[in-house]
Write a protein that binds this ligand. Structure first.
Ligand code: PDD
Length: 291
């Protein structure tokens, strides 16, 4: 049984309990992060901590722990959950809620004791052959709110959109806001348009993905032309490559969109290049040569 962290304690998963009055449970009043760890080394921990801070600030919640405390807990939890399978990669899920109030009331409680929860999950090892087959996607109207940059645990919009994609035999939804591509239901979106790698600029309509930022950084380092700009659904439909990126899925090529093949229905040359660059980056991280 896995060991989780809850409010200062390390517990077997089935012993971790919260009150039904927790505002995370009643209102989805909280924020979260998902951080990959390759061979025990955390990918971009500082950036995840900064995004957590931004999310906490946005919902007016004090950070209950210092960066050093977060790091110690994450590292201890990784040790408490030794590898069981062939994969030595994990993802750390952490969430902070506005805690347990005496009674249900929409306004903030006066005394706030945040609930801090953390767990570790296996990350499936990347199999390039499998990844190369790609996935199918559909475009859907982005029905979410105007603060998608906050990594909120309130994910009802995202899960309804993801499920709608599944109901249409697609792995993921690509969300369209006013004719523009924002992101996936649980991922960022890149497209290759006229040989240029394009992704939407950050703002309030999408999550500033840590994987997204890393890919942009790697594109620059490796002379892959890229542009951060708004792009339309029409442009997406004409793209020669489309990818989803996230901490758990890394870089996933989309080979079918709305029932039509993307280009020739195979993952493209820029994906081939980027996935290798990304895997090399991970190898360096494992060796302690990158962060
Ligand atoms: N989700 N956009 C949304 C809406 C997401 O939920 C995610 C990731 C991303 C990619 O962000 P990052 O590269 O930092 O993982 C973009 C995580 C993995 C999840 O909810 O499980």
């Amino acid at each position: 049984m896995s060991v989780v962290y809850l409010n200062g304690e390390y517990l077997p998963l089935d012993q971790a309990k919260i009150s039904v009055l927790d505002r995370g449970f009643l209102f989805a009043d909280g924020v979260y992060e998902v951080i990959p760890a390759y061979g025990g080394r955390l990918l971009r921990m500082q950036e995840h901590m900064q995004r957590l801070q931004n999310s906490l600030d946005a919902i007016r919640l004090k950070n209950p722990l210092s960066s050093q405390q977060w790091l110690s807990i994450v590292e201890k939890l990784l040790i408490e959950n030794p590898n069981s399978g062939p994969g030595e990669d994990k993802s750390v899920y952490l969430q902070v809620t506005r805690g347990v109030a005496a009674k249900r009331n929409h306004g903030f409680p006066e005394e706030v004791n945040q609930t801090v929860f953390m767990m570790v999950n296996e990350l499936a090892p990347v199999n390039k052959e499998e990844l190369r087959k790609g996935v199918s996607a559909i475009t859907l109207d982005d029905i979410r709110w105007k603060a998608c940059n906050v990594k909120s645990i309130s994910l009802l919009g995202n899960i309804l959109l993801r499920q709608q994609a599944h109901d249409n035999d697609a792995a993921e939804a690509i969300l369209i806001n006013d004719g523009l591509v924002t992101e996936g239901a649980a991922s960022n979106v890149f497209a290759v348009i006229n040989d240029v790698l394009v992704t939407a600029p950050t703002g309030t309509q999408l999550l500033p993905g840590i994987t997204r930022d890393l890919i942009i950084e790697l594109a620059v380092k490796n002379n892959i032309s890229y542009e951060e700009r708004d792009f339309t659904e029409q442009e997406l439909l004409m793209a020669s490559e489309i990818w989803f990126t996230s901490s758990t899925k890394e870089i996933l090529p989309v080979v079918e969109l709305n029932g039509n093949l993307v280009a020739n229905g195979k993952s493209g040359p820029i994906w081939e290049k980027m996935i290798d660059i990304y895997q090399t980056y991970k190898i360096k991280l494992r060796l302690g040569e990158s962060s």
